[in-house]
Design a binder for this molecule. Structure first.
Ligand code: KE4
Length: 431
C-alpha cells in the first residue's frame, strides 16, 4: 500500500508538532508504523492523502455514529456559519441544545456546555469538590477521563497504550487526591471508602469502559456504586463522553437504569465539532458560576457552529427509533463473523461489545478490568492492525480502545471486514 504522502507529512509534522500529532494515540506508536494522514471521509469510508480507501471503525473516536460528513450536519454548520462563527455571547442554539440534552437524559436537570470531554470531567470533579467540601476522588484503573491532572493516575486510552498511565508533571498533591479502584470490583471501592472516611468528594466511572478496550459493567456493579455513593455522601459521576447517545439514546444510564448525580458528555453531542458538557442535579449544578461560586468558563463554550452540529445530530438520533436497533444488528453481525473465525481456528481471542462499541482482545481471558485487559498480546494486535489497515479496514491503532459502528456501515462493509479479518488473523497466528 502506497503511503508516501503520509510519510512525507509525518516527517514534516514531527518538526513542528510533538510526536507529529495533536493527540498521542493518532501517532500509531504502539502499532509500530507511520500514521496515515486523512484527506476526506464520507459515510463509513475514509481516504488518506495517498488515495487509499478505508472502512472506518474509529469514527473520530465515537462522534460519527451517523457516518462521516452527514448532509444534515454539514447543512447545519453551513447555515450557522453564514451568520458568523463565534460571538462570545448567549445564543438561542445554546438554550435549544441544553433543552435537548435534558430531555434525553432525565438525570440531567441543568447542563453546562464546554469544549471537550476533558473540560467536562475536570469541571465535574471541581463541582463535586465544591458541593461536598471534600477533596479526594475515586476513579478506576484503566478508565480514561481526559488529560486533567487528577485523572492521569493509572489512566486508560492513549496513556495505557503508550505505557504512561501515570504522567509526569502531575503534582504529588493532586495525584494523592486520586484513588484508583478496580473496575467491576465493588469491594475495592468499599475498601477505599472505609480507609478514607468522609474525605471522598466524587466517584467517576465510565459506565461502559471504552478506554481499556470495551469492558461492560458486571450485573449490579453500577447499582452497587450508586448505593455506596448515596450512603457515603459521594457525588456519583457517570463519564458518558463515549457512551452518551452511543449505547442508547439516553446513554448507559438509560441502558442500565442508573441515576447519577452528574454526567459528563462529549463526542456525539458535537456532531464532530469540539463540544463537551457536564450536567446533573439542579441542587449541584446551581453552584456553577455565575449562579454559584464554583468557577468554570470558556471563550468558545456553546459555540454556534458546534451547537448547530450537535443539535442536528441529537435531533436525528431522537427522530428515528430504528437507529439503535440497526446499530446493534450491524455490530452483532460483525461480532458473530469474528466469533466464527475464532471458534473455527480455536484462536486465543475474546470479544466484548455493548451495542455499537466493541473490542477484539488478543487474549483468551475474559476481559473484565485493567489487569485482564493487560493480558492482551499487543504485539499480535499490532500485526493484526497493520494487516487490516493494508487491506483497507481501519480500527483504532491501539488494543486499549473501542471500535464504533455507524448507521452508514453497509452489509457489504461488514462482510468485507469479516473476510479481511480472517486473512489478517490467519497471518497473525500462522507465524
Ligand atoms: P476529550 O478531551 O478527548 O474530548 O475527551 C476526554 C474523554 C473523557 N472521557 C472519556 C470516557 C473519553 O473516552 C475521553 C476521550 N476518548 C479518547 C478515545 N479513547 C479520545 C481520543 C484521543 O485521546 O485522541
Amino acid at each position: 500500500m502506497n503511503t508516501s504522502n503520509s510519510e512525507k507529512l509525518f516527517h514534516r509534522a514531527q518538526q513542528v508538532i510533538p510526536g507529529g500529532v495533536n493527540s498521542p494515540v493518532r501517532a500509531f506508536k504502539s502499532v509500530g508504523r507511520t500514521p496515515i494522514f486523512i484527506q476526506k471521509a464520507l459515510g463509513s469510508k475514509m481516504w488518506d492523502v495517498d488515495g487509499n480507501e478505508y472502512i472506518d471503525y474509529v469514527g473520530s473516536w465515537g462522534p460519527m455514529i451517523l457516518g462521516h460528513a452527514h448532509p444534515a450536519i454539514l447543512d447545519a454548520i453551513r447555515t450557522a456559519a453564514s451568520d458568523g462563527t463565534s460571538f462570545g455571547a448567549a445564543t438561542e442554539r445554546e438554550v435549544e441544545m441544553a433543552e435537548l440534552i435534558c430531555s434525553l437524559m432525565p438525570s440531567v436537570e441543568m447542563v453546562r456546555m464546554v469544549n471537550s470531554g476533558t473540560e467536562a470531567t475536570m469541571s465535574a470533579i471541581r463541582l463535586a469538590r465544591a458541593f461536598t467540601g471534600k477533596d479526594t476522588i475515586i476513579k478506576f484503573e484503566g478508565c480514561y477521563h481526559g488529560h486533567a491532572d487528577s485523572f492521569l493516575i493509572k489512566a486508560g486510552s492513549g496513556a495505557m497504550t503508550l505505557g504512561v498511565p501515570d504522567s509526569p508533571g502531575v503534582p504529588r498533591a493532586i495525584g494523592s487526591a486520586t484513588l484508583n479502584a478496580r473496575y467491576n470490583d465493588l469491594s475495592s471501592v468499599e475498601k477505599l471508602i472505609d480507609a478514607h472516611q468522609n474525605q471522598i468528594a466524587a466517584l467517576i466511572v465510565e459506565p461502559v469502559v471504552g478506554n481499556m478496550g470495551c469492558v461492560p459493567p458486571n450485573k449490579g456493579f453500577l447499582q452497587g456504586l450508586r448505593s455506596l455513593c448515596t450512603r457515603n455522601n459521594i457525588v456519583f459521576i457517570l463519564d458518558e463522553v463515549m457512551t452518551g447517545f452511543r449505547v442508547s439514546l439516553g446513554g448507559a444510564q438509560q441502558l442500565y437504569d442508573i441515576k447519577p448525580d452528574l454526567t459528563t458528555m462529549g463526542k456525539i453531542i458535537g456532531g464532530g465539532l469540539p463540544v463537551g458538557a457536564y450536567g446533573g442535579k439542579r441542587e449541584i449544578m446551581k453552584l456553577v458560576a455565575p449562579s454559584g461560586p464554583m468557577y468554570q468558563a470558556g471563550t468558545l463554550s456553546g459555540n454556534p457552529l458546534a451547537m448547530a452540529a450537535g443539535i442536528a445530530m441529537l435531533r436525528m438520533l431522537k427522530s428515528d427509533s430504528t437507529i439503535y436497533r440497526s446499530l446493534d444488528e450491524k455490530s452483532a453481525k460483525l461480532e458473530e463473523g469474528i466469533r466464527s473465525i475464532i471458534e473455527k481456528n480455536n484462536l486465543p481471542l475474546t470479544q466484548n461489545r455493548v451495542g455499537s462499541m466493541f473490542t477484539l482482545f488478543f487474549t483468551k481471558e475474559k476481559v473484565i478490568d485493567y489487569d485482564t485487559a493487560k493480558t492482551s498480546d499487543t504485539k499480535k494486535f499490532a500485526t493484526y492492525f497493520s494487516s487490516m489497515l493494508d487491506q483497507g479496514v481501519y480500527f483504532a491503532p491501539s488494543q486499549f480502545e473501542a471500535a464504533f459502528m455507524s448507521t452508514s456501515h453497509s452489509e457489504l462493509d461488514i462482510e468485507r471486514t469479516i473476510d479481511v479479518a480472517e486473512k489478517a488473523l490467519m497471518s497473525v497466528f500462522a507465524r
